[in-house]
Design a binder for this molecule. Structure first.
Ligand code: SAM
Length: 348
């Protein structure tokens, strides 16, 4: 089968065999990219309209016990400036976020032992009490099933945990031996069975990633049926072992966004900050390739530069929650508008 025929099969049936996906990824042409882009954008519009859901991202701790080779927050990065927000500061981020129109708060951080279940549950409970009409998303890495359960009971609804790669060999390239793909995937299974809306995902162009690895990622996503998928380019950080590695490209990222939209038509798909960082109009391009979520930064201004996962990470302009008008304007130019709603996934 030729690439365009495979594309049509993907568009019509929401799937293709692994060998066909591999062929598609290896035989890109402008015509193929265009066909997938058009179909992906139409699919997103069919399910969610010309709406973009916004999530207020609160990066509440830059401490991390892990040592992922790609991440600027890794424990071995002695140059990283560490901070953690207090419960009151987090609540006050939510207050301003609610005023701006956010109805989802994403609490993201490194794996910081300071945030025991007791502390984190207390924060979640207070947000839940104060903002009963909002969704609370957590993105705090690997924890025990018990912990995930307690946080869910406290009022968290969603959880973002990128699987990073579905290939064991590649997982080992990206992480030290103390971290395993098996544990990561077990966490995702646990989260889903507890009742969270779950997001997995990958970095595009991360060191050691092969095209076959990406096919396994797509297969994993198709089988897992996550409510959300986070896909952004890998971008090197100057104080990590991957400092000299090449960044993933915007072109590869948006191509993959289209394929994911077509394989999981109802998924919530963010146009990530990383995509906006490597390309000035990356966020808009992502939306035109089937993305339908953006996550502006709601963290206090004075800590934003300290949550540096990769070099030059954006946190100003349309990336900043307080500048929602800028985002609104730029989305308007491509025919979209911001939805003031929780923006739940259609996937149940
Ligand atoms: N600690 C939590 C976890 O592991 O899920 C949440 C925070 S972690 C920093 C969030 C995501 O940032 C990771 O899943 C990873 O994909 C992404 N990330 C980290 N370093 C990156 C880099 N250099 N380039 C692009 N994305 C990166």
């Amino acid at each position: 089968m030729k690439a365009l025929e495979i594309a049509d099969k993907l568009i019509q049936t929401t799937d293709a065999d692994d060998s066909e996906l591999l062929f598609l990824l290896k035989n890109r042409t402008p015509e193929l990219e265009h066909r997938l882009q058009q179909a992906a954008q139409q699919t997103a519009i069919r399910h969610y309209g010309r709406n973009v859901f916004i999530r207020g991202l609160i990066e509440f701790t830059s401490y991390c016990k892990n040592d992922c080779y790609y991440c600027g927050l890794r424990r071995s990065n002695a140059c990283a400036e560490r901070y953690r927000l207090t419960e009151e500061e987090i609540l006050s981020c939510c207050e301003s976020g609610y005023e701006y129109g956010f109805r989802t708060f994403v609490l993201q951080g490194g794996e910081d032992a300071f945030f025991t279940d007791e502390r984190l549950c207390s924060i979640v409970r207070r947000i839940r009490e104060r903002f009963s009409d909002c969704a609370i998303t957590l993105s705090v890495g690997e924890r025990s099933e018990e912990s995930y359960r307690a946080l869910f009971r406290a009022g968290a609804n969603r959880y973002l945990l990128r699987h990073e790669t579905a290939t064991d060999r590649h997982y080992k390239v990206l992480h030290p031996a103390e971290m395993t793909l098996e544990n990561r995937l077990n966490c995702l299974d646990a989260l889903r069975s507890i009742g969270y809306q779950v997001g997995c995902g990958i970095m595009v162009g991360s060191p050691g990633q092969t095209t076959a690895d990406i096919v396994r990622d797509l297969r994993y996503m198709k089988q897992f049926r996550p409510h959300m998928v986070g896909i952004g380019p890998f971008i090197p950080h100057k104080d990590t072992p991957f400092k000299d590695k090449a960044a993933g490209t915007a072109q590869d990222t948006v191509f993959l966004l289209s394929i994911v939209r077509l394989m999981l038509p109802e998924v919530l798909l963010p146009a990530t900050t990383a995509l906006g960082t490597i390309l000035p109009n990356g966020r808009e391009l992502g939306i035109q390739h089937g993305a339908n979520v953006v996550m502006p930064n709601l963290s206090p201004q004075n800590v934003r530069k300290k949550y540096m996962l990769y070099d030059n990470k954006l946190s100003a302009g349309a990336e900043a929650a307080e500048s929602l008008r800028l985002l609104e304007e730029s989305l308007k130019t491509i025919g979209y508008e911001i939805a003031v709603s929780r923006g739940d996934s259609l996937i149940k």
